[in-house]
Design a protein around this ligand. Sequence first.
Ligand SMILES: Cc1cc2nc3c(=O)[nH]c(=O)nc-3n(C[C@H](O)[C@H](O)[C@H](O)COP(=O)(O)OP(=O)(O)OC[C@H]3O[C@@H](n4cnc5c(N)ncnc54)[C@H](O)[C@@H]3O)c2cc1C
Length: 324
Amino acid sequence: MAEIMVVAEHREGELREITLQMLHKAAQLSGERGHQTAVVLLGSGLEGLVDQVRDRTDTVVVYDDSRLEHFDPGLHAEILAALIAQRAPLLTLLGHTPWSMDLAPALAVKTGYPLATDCVDILLEGDRAKAVRQIYNGKIFARMAFRDSAGYLATLRAGAFPAAERARSLAEIVRPALPALSLPATREFLGYEETGKGEVDIAQADLLVSVGRGIGEEDNIAPARELAGLLGGTLSCSRPIVDKRWLPKYHQVGTSGKSVRPKVYLALGISGAFQHVAGLNGTGTIIAVNKDKKAPIFRVAQYGAVTDVPALLTALRTEAAKQS
Ligand SMILES: Cc1cc2nc3c(=O)[nH]c(=O)nc-3n(C[C@H](O)[C@H](O)[C@H](O)COP(=O)(O)OP(=O)(O)OC[C@H]3O[C@@H](n4cnc5c(N)ncnc54)[C@H](O)[C@@H]3O)c2cc1C
């Protein structure tokens, strides 16, 4: 029986959603193959986080030390490499996040294990792992084999899996001593800065009318805002709209914007790039409007219309005004 290990990610005492998504994938693979799962927590003052994961895995490995209070990829890689050498997990999962983009390559070098990044799925065939990744801007899913190895590393894309259920009995908790650290801390922590504080909080909205590059021109922001108001919703957008300075940053949905969970998300002229869709995890119903029937947003939408957004905006606004 092999082990599938998840490297937990957390910030300011909160477990990041990606950790629960990785635990879902780990539980799925372990269920299929009869493997064990373990989650590794590194940080300081971790007891609250241990409670959040201990009924979703078989083992929780905890390194609770003031030197680990702030993420330092050098220190984390050293500790994880020692742990991997000791536990020899078949597969180690990390999030495809800025945090792990710093950590995973160093870990691959230290362990000698092959690494696949930005995976939307992982398959195990016996002791061989395969990674599923998107190529050509999300239009094609490619299945890629790792080279033969005793263990594999993969970073998983946020939003590719649902959060793990609290379905298990309580995990065994292991608290190994920190290995002797050869590296000094390489980073100085200055503080956290939240993105997107502003007049509206899209993260709290039940209904979002969200505009992307497909709205065509800045003049179409006003009718979209009006439509959102008439529907009792809030206006949000994709990143190009912020880059063009048509809306402030606090309207942006996605990995470098905000994560939202509205009951209804109306995506107007948004292609559905993964950086955008990753911010929609937990959204109720997604309705997409796009002139390209092959746009990736239709893969995640429950309802869709293939039509011209500016024309539809005018029609919807007229209809909503009649109803109000
Ligand atoms: C590190 C990094 C972080 C990022 N973070 C984010 C993020 O947080 N949020 C985010 O949104 N993006 C983010 N991005 C950018 C992301 O990769 C995409 O480029 C972006 O989401 C695309 O926005 P879009 O869908 O509005 O535009 P496009 O991808 O250009 O799509 C426009 C869509 O509109 C459709 N369209 C065009 N004209 C019409 C019409 N007349 N009627 C109907 N449909 C029409 C097109 O068919 C197309 O599907 C990030 C990128 C990087 C590299």
